[in-house]
Write a protein that binds this ligand. Structure first.
Ligand SMILES: [Zn+2]
Length: 292
């Protein structure tokens, strides 16, 4: 069934686990991720990234995401990932998305607040949930959903972007956002060195936020599951995961084609990729359920 993010994150909060949010830029990935959630009888969030729109526009993939979500036996939230352009956000609303990330994190603090606050008022009136971001999520060279500006960052560099708990409190109270992506050691894409998460910061942010605003972690792929689980225990309810699943699937497909010496039809490759992604997504869901 199709739900907004508030309903999904209430389940995560109650059960004390985190729900993966996975990019689904094609039908095989939608089937794989929702299929994995159904087999494990757990809620899931699927999202379309603004940066994937050049691959497939939201008007094409959005209705597919929503159709599969409605038919699913578990709650599925269809979410817009990193909407930075207001026109793009409006296109997601028009496509029927029940949840939107309006990312104004590149703007100064006050401007970020003002823009998100205004949007939350409109979105909530329409029953749409809003995720915002505070602190900048850095991107790496191999980011699978990055725009042109990429860089290689060390753990020391990432610290400059960390979210301050006091600012998170002010931001969430002022804007009324339902979820807040914060920075405490992760970044998008493929890591230059093993990331180190500031778990105490997650605890402080969670304690500072209003009761109905949830902590979101981006860039979880590439982080050891044990560290992710510490972040979940500290209060992360939604965790974005994609880059490493995409990379692992490419490797799998390359090996499959080599093994078959090229004697495999494209639709069979697609089907095998779907099965691979489904088992990968199941591992991610189970890790984020954290033994619950
Ligand atoms: Zn992100």
């Amino acid at each position: 069934m199709l739900v907004n993010m508030k309903e999904i994150l209430e389940i995560a909060e109650r059960e004390r686990y985190a729900i993966p949010c996975i990019n689904t830029p094609n039908v095989e990935t939608i089937r794989a991720v929702i299929g994995a959630a159904e087999e494990l009888n757990t809620p899931i969030i699927i999202d379309h990234a603004e940066v994937h729109d050049s691959l497939i526009p939201i008007e094409r993939i959005g209705p597919e995401m929503i159709k599969y979500a409605k038919e699913a036996s578990v709650p599925v939230c269809v979410h817009l990932d990193h909407g930075t352009d207001y026109n793009f956000v409006l296109r997601a609303i028009k496509a029927g998305f029940p949840s939107i990330m309006y990312d104004c994190s590149a703007l100064p603090f006050e401007e970020n607040i003002a823009k998100v606050k205004k949007f939350v008022q409109i979105a909530h009136a329409a029953g749409i949930t809003v995720e915002a971001e505070l602190g900048v999520m850095a991107s790496t060279e191999e980011d699978t959903h990055a725009d042109a500006e990429t860089q290689v960052l060390t753990n020391e560099d990432i610290k400059k972007f960390f979210t301050e708990p006091e600012e998170a409190k002010i931001f969430a109270e002022e804007t009324g956002c339902d979820a807040l992506a914060v920075c405490f050691g992760t970044m998008h894409g493929i890591y230059a060195e093993p990331p180190v998460l500031d778990i105490d910061r997650v605890k402080e942010i969670r304690a500072a936020l209003p009761k109905d605003c949830r902590v979101v972690m981006h860039g979880a792929s590439g982080v050891e599951f044990s560290q992710v689980q510490n972040a979940i225990d500290a209060g992360c309810s939604k965790i974005n995961y994609y880059s490493y699943m995409a990379k692992a699937t490419t490797k799998f497909v390359g090996e499959l084609i080599a093994e078959k010496e090229g004697k495999i039809a494209y639709h069979e490759v697609q089907e095998e990729a779907y099965k691979f992604m489904k088992s990968y997504a199941k591992e991610v869901i189970l890790a984020f359920k954290n033994g619950k």
